[in-house]
Design a protein around this ligand. Structure first.
Ligand SMILES: *Cc1c(COP(=O)(O)O)cnc(C)c1O
Length: 341
């Protein structure tokens, strides 16, 4: 029986181009002596590329069911999640308001990278300071009130679309991955370790839930690109707890203890790059013709390969690295990138 049949999915709108390819990185696999596959979730679409679309399929279905006409969400200035939300909302005939973080809201960054796409989606941008951003409830509350006063019906999505409902996107992704792996292995799947970037935790939460529910020998590691492992143990633990309460009371009570965050690769901080990380992105591009982003996948991949250099057996014989997208975040860093070319 397939996993999909056992899970009672909430309503979903189809936005992503699925299934995404699972590609073997031949030169990389040879270099590290383990099989390294990339799950190309950067190919869920062009404008709607990346991991956030899988979560938005469930979140926006709920917004539509509730009769919302405007989606509110939040993130950093170059947020991939905000860009994906803005474009997906427009595709569904909804409006969007993005609450974006910037050091000086009176002088926000120009229309480059994801911001350009937010504007093309017709989104309304609300700039806030990092201090204001830290108090999400107040930020969302103010925007919601303003919209309601204008007769609109808002629906708010948390940072990264990371909550219990959004995590269904990556539970479903695991069922897709299992089909990909069956195409390689037949029904006897070889043990596989999944590695991905952790930015707000929803992807890691969904992958872990999917792995637990699948019953296959799948291990899930997140490499955090901001904050630290204690923070993400809490955040992902909360998502899993909410998921259990809202959707699956029978979920294994030990699920939270399986969260495995690999800390140590935040580098200079969220969205800040070091030459060694950019060189790692360059080397992979030269080797395999695959482009990572500097904010998430580049740091996670740098982390994964650094761990493999220390211990080639760290992740077992087969790794699936989730390429979660983010290409547009590379362009605002073109000058820094050019220095290592
Ligand atoms: C948001 C994002 C992530 C992290 O996913 P979370 O679910 O927020 O942890 C990874 N990669 C890219 C490109 C992203 O935009």
């Amino acid at each position: 029986m397939s996993l999909d049949i056992r899970i009672d999915y909430p309503p979903r709108v189809q936005l992503a181009n699925l299934p995404t390819p699972l590609e073997r990185m031949n030169r990389l696999s040879r270099e590290f002596g383990v099989e390294i596959l990339f799950k190309r979730d950067d190919l869920t679409g062009i404008e709607l590329s990346g991991n956030k679309i899988r979560k938005l399929e469930f979140l926006l279905a709920e917004a539509l069911d509730l009769g919302a006409d405007t989606i509110i969400t939040t993130g950093g200035a170059q947020s991939n999640h905000c860009r994906a939300t803005a474009l997906a909302a427009t595709k569904l005939g909804l409006k969007s308001v993005l609450i974006l973080r910037t050091p000086d809201p009176a002088n926000p960054p120009g229309p480059e990278g994801n911001i350009l796409l937010d504007l093309l989606a017709g989104s309304e941008l609300v700039w806030v300071t990092p201090e204001e951003y830290a108090d999400k409830e107040t930020c969302f509350g103010k925007v919601e009130e303003g919209l309601i006063a204008r007769g609109r019906k808002p629906y708010s999505i948390p940072v990264g679309g990371s909550n219990a409902l959004g995590s269904f996107g990556y539970i479903k992704a695991v069922t897709e991955l299992i089909e990909d792996l069956k195409a390689l292995d037949g029904d006897e799947l070889r043990p596989t370790t999944i590695v991905s970037a952790t930015g707000s935790g929803g992807t890691t939460a969904g992958l872990l839930l999917g792995a637990i529910l699948s019953g296959f020998d799948l291990t899930v590691h997140g490499i955090n690109v901001c904050d630290n492992s204690a923070y993400f143990n809490d955040e992902i633990g909360l998502i899993i707890r909410d998921f259990r309460e809202r959707f699956m009371p029978g979920l294994d009570p030990g699920a939270e203890s399986l969260i495995e965050i690999i800390d140590g690769y935040v580098g200079l901080g969220y969205a800040l790059s070091q030459p060694i990380e950019l060189k790692c992105i360059r080397d992979l591009a030269f080797k395999e013709g695959v482009i990572l982003d500097p904010v998430y996948t580049g740091k996670a991949f740098f982390g994964m390969t650094s761990e493999l250099k220390k211990n080639p057996a760290r992740f077992g014989e087969r790794i699936v690295f989730y390429h979660t997208g983010g290409l547009f975040g590379l362009f605002p860093k073109a000058a820094e990138m050019a220095e290592v070319l």
